[in-house]
Structure formats: structure tokens, C-alpha cells
Design a protein. Structure first.
Length: 372
């Protein structure tokens, strides 16, 4: 069966006008993914709902509610425009998905139907609006001098950079940003008390900061400095700082608690740096909708467009019970690369932290493509 779909990606352009305030303009860039080519290479196989383990046992009415919520953003894409309109008048999830979608099973380049499913969560940090001896690690807003340009010099830096002496150059690395705390282009949302928790906030992309008076500030992804993400896990294994059994968010944090002088050495191997914005709502993904705990995924948009329903077969990392449920692709991540690769959003709180930090499970994925 021949299929092609449109994946809509977003580039954020910073346009500096006559005033000192930067305006943010969102521009849609359309990129076509040819599913005929993927299917021909045995990386996509048409199937039916009865062949998907656990499909009919899932709470498909709830899955429909989540799909409707995410449709508020994905309906602007041609691929989902009609199906999102239909969804608003439906209450029977089972009927809606069976009638309106065709499932396809995903395979990787080696013709395997199994990939890796990790987890993420919305962290809680403790902070202050002013810098103190305890609260000294800044959560930065989008820099005033960060620009997005199609200049070929920035092709390896996600088109992010800055202008120095009338020339476009890559933006500062993590190490350079932290070495210049008085940079006039950087404004602080709040200061937090734990550097590794701040790094986790960068990895997760959004979170909450609780001030000393109990006020909560929601922060979401604003922009990125353009440098590629480098995971710290392999480096820590090579150095002998942790072993494979300790390789989790919890295990890494325990190492830094015992070895605080090592934290800059380790974190600075990752040049990537995230800037944030204050949000009125909880964690939101790249799709632009508020994330739903245990029903939204971060995916690789080379293979799965944002807004796409995805049925997932995997396991709970703590209980090892099966997870067979319909999700919606609503987010992306620097480390989420590959056909059968996803990050499972666990939500907010201690349980979410525990599950997300330990999750690295095998999984199978099916995309539900809207019927034409």
C-alpha cells in the first residue's frame, strides 16, 4: 500500500526589531516522509487491530479523550485536520479508532520489531527569585541574543547562533554559558538549589519550581543553544563513577551527592543547554499541548509525526507488568532517535520520578494512520 504523510516541524525565529525586545515568530516547515520507501525496506508493515496485543483491553474512550486534547494543536496539520474534526463528535473510542485508522507495525533497519522505551517526568525543583547561598543555580529565559538562521555555518548547530562582530557564530556551549553568569543577554526566571536537578530539568524539558513561600512556577521548554545533546551515562560508566546497575537518574544523583566536585566535569561533556519560559499550565510537549501522564510519548519525528496515535507494547520498569495502551506522540527529545524509540511520559511526583528514572524497557510500536 502506498502512503506518504506530511510531518510538520517547527523552527523558532528570533527577529530583533527597533526595540530591545525580541519577538518570537513560529514558522512551519513542511517535510514529506515517504512511507512507501519505509515499507519497501521492511520497516513498516500494515496490520489489523486484532493482531495488536492488548488493543481491545485498553481504555480506548480515555485514549480518545487524550487524542481530542492533542487535536487542539495537531488539527492545523493537513494529515490530522479531517480526523480531528470527526473526533470532536465521537464518544466511542473503540469505534472511532477502528473505523478511521489503519494500523502499521514499525520495524527498525535490521527488521526487528523491538526497540527501547525510556521514560521521562515533570521534575519538582526548589528555588528562589533571588540568588542566595542555597539558591544559586539559574534557570534562564531565552537569551536576548539567540537567533535562528539558515546560514550554512550553523547547519550543525540546529541553525541556532548569535552575531559577533557582524558575523554569525554558533551559540555558547553549556560550559561557556555557566562560565559567564553576568552575561547581560541572559535573564533568570529563578535560582534553584541543586545543580543535578537543574540538569534533569534540561533533559526533561519542563517542570515546576517551588519557592520558599510555597508558590509554584511552571516552566516549559523555550529554546536550545543548538549544540548536540551528549548523554552523560556512557562517560560515567567509562570513568567508573557508576556501574550498569546504578545507571539511573537516582543512581547518578547519589554519585553527585557523594562526589559534588565531579558534577561540572561530567555535566560539561554535554554542550547542549536548554532555556525556559514561564508556563501557565503544567508540562507541555513539542506539539504544544499539555502532556497527559502515561498517555503521551516523545518520538523521533523522522518516523512518527507529532499528533499521531501510537499503540505501545512494553513493561512497567518497577512492577514489570505489561503496558499495552494507545498513546499520542506529543513530544520530541534529543536522545529519541530511531523507528522503535520513544520516551514514555510518567507525569509529576515521586512515583513518576521512580518509574521514569528506571525505565529502559523493550517495546513494540504501532502507528495508527488516518484513513484517506
Amino acid at each position: 500500500m502506498k502512503n506518504s504523510i506530511l510531518i510538520i516541524l517547527f523552527s523558532i525565529f528570533f527577529i530583533v526589531g527597533c526595540s530591545s525586545k525580541n519577538e518570537i515568530k513560529k514558522t512551519e516547515v513542511i517535510e514529506e516522509i515517504d512511507f512507501e520507501e519505509i515499507e519497501a525496506s521492511n520497516r513498516l508493515e500494515q496490520t489489523n487491530f486484532y493482531a495488536i496485543e492488548g488493543f481491545f483491553e485498553d481504555d480506548l474512550d480515555y485514549a480518545l479523550d487524550v487524542f481530542k486534547k492533542d487535536c487542539k494543536r495537531s488539527k492545523r496539520y493537513d494529515l490530522f485536520k479531517d480526523i480531528c474534526h470527526k473526533a470532536q463528535f465521537e464518544t466511542d473510542g473503540r469505534k472511532f479508532f477502528i473505523v478511521n485508522f489503519q494500523p502499521y507495525k514499525l520495524y527498525d533497519s535490521k527488521s526487528s520489531d523491538e526497540g527501547i522505551i525510556t521514560g521521562y517526568y515533570e521534575p519538582l525543583l526548589y528555588g528562589s527569585l533571588t540568588k542566595t547561598k542555597r539558591y544559586k543555580y539559574p534557570v534562564y529565559k531565552i537569551p536576548k541574543n539567540l537567533i535562528v538562521s539558515d546560514d550554512p555555518k550553523l547547519k550543525d548547530y540546529k541553525l541556532r547562533g548569535k552575531i559577533v562582530d557582524n558575523k554569525i557564530v554558533p551559540y555558547d556551549t553549556r560550559k561557556q554559558i555557566e562560565a559567564n553568569p553576568n552575561n547581560p543577554n541572559l535573564e533568570v526566571i529563578a535560582y534553584v538549589d541543586d545543580k543535578y536537578d537543574l540538569f534533569s530539568l534540561h533533559v526533561q524539558g519542563s517542570g515546576r519550581i517551588q519557592l520558599e513561600n510555597g508558590t509554584i512556577i511552571n516552566v516549559g521548554y523555550g529554546q536550545q543553544n543548538g549544540w548536540p545533546f551528549t548523554g552523560i551515562g556512557n562517560y560515567m560508566l567509562e570513568k567508573g563513577y557508576v556501574n550498569k546497575n546504578e545507571m539511573s537518574i537516582q543512581g547518578i544523583k547519589n554519585f553527585f551527592i557523594k562526589n559534588p566536585l565531579k558534577i561540572d566535569e561530567v555535566l560539561n561533556i554535554n554542550d547542549s543547554y536548554i532555556f525556559f519560559r514561564i508556563s501557565k499550565e503544567g508540562a507541555s510537549g513539542s506539539l504544544g499541548s499539555v502532556l497527559t501522564a502515561q498517555r503521551n510519548l516523545a518520538v523521533d519525528t523522522q518516523f512518527i509525526p507529532l499528533g499521531m496515535p501510537v499503540f505501545l507494547n512494553t513493561k512497567n520498569p518497577v512492577t514489570k507488568e505489561s503496558i499495552n495502551q494507545l498513546m499520542v506522540a506529543a513530544d520530541v527529545g534529543g536522545a529519541i532517535k530511531g523507528e522503535i524509540r520513544a520516551d514514555f511520559f510518567w507525569g509529576f511526583g515521586e512515583d513518576a520520578f521512580d518509574y521514569a528514572g528506571r525505565m529502559k524497557e523493550k517495546g513494540k510500536m504501532y502507528i495508527l494512520m488516518p484513513k484517506k
